[in-house]
Design a protein around this ligand. Structure first.
Ligand code: BGC
Length: 764
């Protein structure tokens, strides 16, 4: 090309670029329907720009500081300017978000705004309890509110997309990520999924455009919670029955609640990594369920398909992922490296790229990012919202509702408010970071109210605190293993002395907040370090112990369950932990939580869950050994699903079903009278379980199909009516068809999965 030609073609480019820019604006016309706006934008996009939308990078440099250097930062920065990045994750704070957004909007050819993702798992800076704890509240309004607070703070910090809720169902407490979910039951899990989606996004699609809502993400699609032996990232081997009846329902509930994104998962299912699974992503999610948002991969999961042995190289992994319906690549670099080439070689049809880009743009339009890319970048709002009094009050309320009273034998609880000598023991009692739990990326260390601080609010008792031995060898962090002290017993003597002088001993024991979460699997479910020994030593000098557990998963504590008179499950309750615990211990809040996951007697029972099938030999009949059992421990869990005590007691009577037999399609009304028969006002979760006695595929011995949280004043009685429809009475066959079969259904209604009043009805 001659110099003259060059100048001419340069001028031509500039001119035609100018024309493109002018046309560009048409998609910014708010009055046009979203789909038309997407069309207008898509028409102007090159293949590279569409693929760019499908690429997501992790935050890579202090954007408001000097230009990025080292690692992949320079490359990412270049790609950002070139319009090859559709989303970034873990950039946070108005200043930082504005800086990256400015590059996308002002420096790229089409100015398409970024969507900014972050793991807002149980709050942003003001933390709610870990999700498993929240699930123990069985309080959908409170859970929704908690997600609203999280969305409010995250959006005030520039973020518009959370990688939550995790709606995985799981049955194995060894898996560290149980802290992130809603427990073992698909019915409860589905209700919670809906509450969380509505909390983050609002109740309607239009709410997504508000400044204080953010797009949610149902993860990890699918079956990630069934990692073999509870080891994170491990293989999943699952029946279709479990997939359709247990794993998928909460995802479907999230979809029905209008969730805008899904994240796929790291695991293999039937030999195919979820990221490469068209069965999951195309057939079920985008096909059967008609999901029109987009799927982001889990971190690096496209490239991991090579490691799994499902793709021979990066290009093949890319091809398989995009064909399977993975729309956005989180940090694998595969799409940005390979996709354009694969389309040009004819290996990937461009229509797949169009579909993925459309989905991503759709969510950006719905969020209102094209109308104002900086809408989440308001310093004044950031300052006002984050850490506000209202948000702290909200997470405190959630924290109290999440506490489960597991044992209260000698009525040690509630504690008397005056004239008592109380010894508070345990390193976790004055820890201000551990109660924040895992996934607290934006929260400050030491920002939780400790149990000690909470207890100090009650001034009319004499409170003595003794830490006991150190819990950890070094500070726990997000990136590394937690190291416990197992040898240094200094602190034992002082703790014993304090206990011996006290009327009541409150011991705060459990796991450090970073002992659960991603890649935090355990083979023991005990009290780590020297804590069990400390508990037994203290018991020798004063058995009046209230054990307050801090943990991110069910623990197996048979000795404590047998010997310790009062046990309070206080999980990791977030920023307001200490206030919540103290208010419950002193009876200013009567605990009402119920376990969302079975607590085993020992780890050898895992996976253990309430909605199991009957074996052919469930009980001993012939006085011999040949029945389904262990020789060393009972089959039942230590504390079952749905279990939780109160300072008051509830009596159930007059269980009624409105008819004895029902035609298909008729609603079954189950009513029961519940009386608060104790000495305190309180709340109870009335639970309804069904058992389809004989079906074309065996059904579990019990399945939760209804519940209601009620408040009863001392002495008050309420009639609770729960309704069963076809939605609750049917099940999925192994091909994923939903069946409602005639026959006998047994029901049980009570305050826990292991007991209640029983009755039955016929479905014709
Ligand atoms: C986790 C996801 C998380 C993502 C981004 C992954 O390692 O599995 O749940 O959202 O990282 O932080």
């Amino acid at each position: 090309m001659t110099a003259k030609n060059l100048i001419f073609s340069g001028l031509f480019c500039l001119l035609s670029f100018g024309v493109t820019q002018a046309q560009n604006k048409s998609h910014l016309d708010k009055s046009k329907p979203t789909e038309e706006r997407i069309d207008l934008l898509m028409k102007q996009m090159t293949l590279e720009e569409k693929v760019g939308q499908m690429n997501q990078y992790n935050g890579f440099w202090e954007v408001t500081g000097p230009a990025p250097k080292g690692g992949n930062a320079e490359l990412k920065y270049k790609h950002l300017r070139d319009g090859w990045v559709g989303s970034m994750l873990s950039v946070r704070g108005v200043k930082q978000v504005r800086a990256v957004q400015k590059i996308a909007v002002e420096e790229t050819r089409l100015g398409i705004p970024l969507i900014i993702g972050f793991d807002v798992i149980h709050g942003y800076k003001t933390l709610s309890p870990i999700p498993l704890a929240e699930a123990a509240s069985w309080d959908m309004e409170a859970i929704k509110k908690s997600a609203q607070i999280a969305a409010d703070e995250a959006s005030a910090s520039g973020i518009n997309w959370t990688f939550a809720p995790m709606v995985d169902i799981f049955r194995d407490a060894r898996w560290g990520r149980v802290m992130e979910g809603a427990g073992e039951d698909p019915f409860l899990g589905s209700k919670i999924a809906t509450a969380r989606v509505q909390g983050f996004q609002g109740d309607t699609k239009a709410d997504l455009a508000k400044v204080n809502t953010i797009a949610a993400c149902a993860k990890h699609f699918a079956a990630y919670g069934f990692a073999e032996a509870g080891r994170d990232y491990n293989t999943v081997d699952m029946s279709n029955s479990t997939l359709y009846n247990i794993v998928l329902p909460p995802f479907q509930a999230a979809e029905e609640a209008g969730i805008r994104t899904f994240m796929n998962s790291f695991n293999i299912l039937n030999g195919i990594p979820a990221t490469g699974s068209s069965f999951l992503q195309r057939d079920i999610l985008k096909g059967k369920w008609k999901f029109d948002g987009y799927v982001v991969t889990d971190w690096g999961s496209i490239k991991e398909m090579v490691t799994h042995g499902y793709a021979k190289d990066s290009a093949e992994a890319t091809e398989k992922a995009v064909k399977a319906g993975s729309d956005m690549d989180m940090e694998s670099y595969n799409y940005v490296n390979d996709l354009v080439k694969l389309v040009k070689e004819g290996k990937v049809n461009e229509s797949l790229i169009d579909d993925a880009a459309r989905r991503i743009l759709r969510v950006k339009f719905e969020l209102g990012l094209f109308d104002n890319p900086y809408k989440y970048c308001d310093e004044a709002r950031e300052k006002a919202v984050i850490g506000s009094k209202a948000n702290n009050d909200g997470v405190l309320d959630m924290a109290k509702k999440s506490i489960v009273l597991l044992k209260n034998d000698k009525n040690l609880l509630p504690l008397k408010k005056s004239g008592q000598k109380i010894a508070l023991i345990g390193a976790l009692a004055n820890d201000k970071s551990s109660p924040l739990g895992s996934w607290r990326l934006a929260a400050e260390d030491n920002s939780a109210v400790s149990v000690l601080e909470g207890m100090q609010q009650y001034k009319d008792n004499t409170l003595t605190f003794e830490k006991g031995p150190e819990l950890l060898l070094q500070k726990a962090t997000f990136l590394f293993e937690v190291a416990y002290n197992t040898t240094d017993k200094s602190g034992f003597d002082a703790a014993k002395k304090a206990a011996a002088n006290a009327d009541v001993v409150v011991m705060v024991l459990g796991e450090n907040g970073y002992q659960s979460g991603e890649s935090r699997s355990r083979t023991n479910l005990d009290l780590p370090g020297l804590q069990q020994e400390l508990l037994e030593e203290i018991y020798k000098v004063n058995p009046n112990i209230v054990l307050v557990l801090n943990n991110g998963r069910p623990l197996a504590l048979p000795w404590a369950a047998k010997n310790i008179p009062a046990i309070v499950e206080a999980w990791q309750l977030g920023t307001q932990t200490g206030n919540a615990v103290a208010q419950v211990l002193y009876g200013d809040y009567n605990p009402s939580g119920k376990l969302p996951m079975s607590f085993p007697r020992n780890v050898g029972q895992c996976p253990i869950y309430y909605n199991n099938y009957s074996t052919g030999r469930p009980i001993m009949t012939d006085n011999n050994v040949f029945w389904s059992h262990y020789m060393d421990v009972e089959n039942t869990p230590q504390f079952p699903f749905g279990f939780g005590l109160s300072y008051t007691t509830f009596d159930y009577k007059n269980l009624k079903i409105n008819k004895a037999a029902f035609a298909k399609g008729e609603a079954v009304k189950v009513s029961v009278e519940v009386t608060n028969s104790g000495n305190y006002d309180g709340k109870e979760v009335v639970q309804l379980y069904i058992h389809d006695v004989a079906a074309s595929l065996a059904r579990p011995v019990k399945e939760l199909k209804g519940f209601e949280l009620i408040a009863l004043k001392k002495g008050e009685t309420k009639t609770v009516t729960l309704t069963l429809t076809e939605k609750e009475l049917g099940f999925y066959d192994n091909e994923g068809n939903y069946l409602v079969e005639p026959g006998t259904f047994k029901i049980r209604v009570g305050g826990s999965s292991d007991k209640g009043l029983e009755s039955s009805f016929e479905l014709k």
